[in-house]
Design a protein around this ligand. Sequence first.
Ligand SMILES: Nc1ncnc2c1ncn2[C@@H]1O[C@H](COP(=O)(O)OP(=O)(O)OP(=O)(O)O)[C@@H](O)[C@H]1O
Ligand SMILES: [Mg+2]
Length: 289
Amino acid sequence: MLGVPPLYGRVLPAPLTPSPLPGTEMPRIIAISNQKGGVGKTTTSINLATALARAGHPTLLIDLDPQGNASSGLGCPRDTVAFGIADALLGLEPLGRVIVPTAQPGLDLAPATPSLVGVEVELVNLPNREQRLHLAIAGLEKKYQFVIFDCPPSLSLITLNAFTSADSVLIPLQAEYYAMEGLGELIRTIAAVRRSSNPRLVREGIVLTMHDTRTNLCRDVEAQARAVFGTEVFQTVIPRSVRLAESPSYGKSIFHYEPSGRGAQAYAALATELVARAVSAGGLLEAVG
Ligand SMILES: Nc1ncnc2c1ncn2[C@@H]1O[C@H](COP(=O)(O)OP(=O)(O)OP(=O)(O)O)[C@@H](O)[C@H]1O
Ligand SMILES: [Mg+2]
C-alpha cells in the first residue's frame, strides 16, 4: 500500500467558471476500454461524460458496444432511435444525424442500435476498416470538448476503431481477484495501435471501480495497481454503490438518480481530475509500453 487515500466522498476543488481547454479546438477523445467484462466501463462512460458536461465541458458519448448499455442507461433504449453509430461506421449516415440530446444539457449521445451486432462482420470487407470511426468523427461539428467511447468487452475491430481515432484510453479496473489479468494484453494492443496507425494514442490512466476500502482484497488491488502504474492510477476511486448499479435501469445517470450520493461525488471528482490532467503539461501522460 502506498498510502494514497481514496478520494471518494470528496470532490476536488473545481473552477467556479469552467473554461474551455486551452489551445484546443479539437475535442479530447477518450476510449473507455478493458476487454474484461463487467468492470465498470459503461458506468464510468455514462457518469464521467455526464460529470464533464455538468462541469461546463460539452461532451459526446459514443456507444460502441452492441449491448447498448450506455444508450439505455442514458434513457435511450437501442430500439427507439432511427439511426445508430453502426450507420456512421458503415458510412450510411453522417455522425451528426446519429447524435441525439440527453437529459443532461451539454451531453449528447451517439446511440448503439441492434444493427451494431453485425457491423463487425461488415467492417471486415470494407476498405480502411480500422479507420471508419476516425472518418466519421472527422465530420463532427467542433462543439465538443470531450468525446467518450464506451467500448465493448473485447479487443475487436470496433475497439481497434476506437483506439485508432482516440487520443487516449481510460482503463477501468475492478477491485477484484485477477483484476490485473489481461491488462498486459490491453497495454500491448494500445502500444501496437500507437506504432501502426495512431501515434497520438496514450493511456489516459487507470480508474479503480467498485471499490470497498473495508476489504483486504480491494486494498491489495489498489496497492498493486499504484505500485505498478504509479500516478497513472487516478487518485479518485469509484466506490461500490447500490445506487450506481440501480441508476441505469431508470435510464438515468447517477447525477439524476442520486445527485448528492457518494457515487455522484466520485464521478464529479474523477471528471475534475481528468480535466486537470488534460490542462496541465499538455494534458498527456508520457506514452509508455
Ligand atoms: N461502482 C459500482 N458499484 C456497484 N455496482 C457497479 C458499479 N459500477 C458498475 N456496477 C455494476 O456492475 C455491472 C457491470 O458494470 P458495467 O456495465 O459498467 O461494466 P462494463 O465493463 O461496461 O460491462 P461490459 O463488459 O458487459 O460492457 C453492472 O451491473 C453495473 O451496474
Ligand atoms: Mg459496458
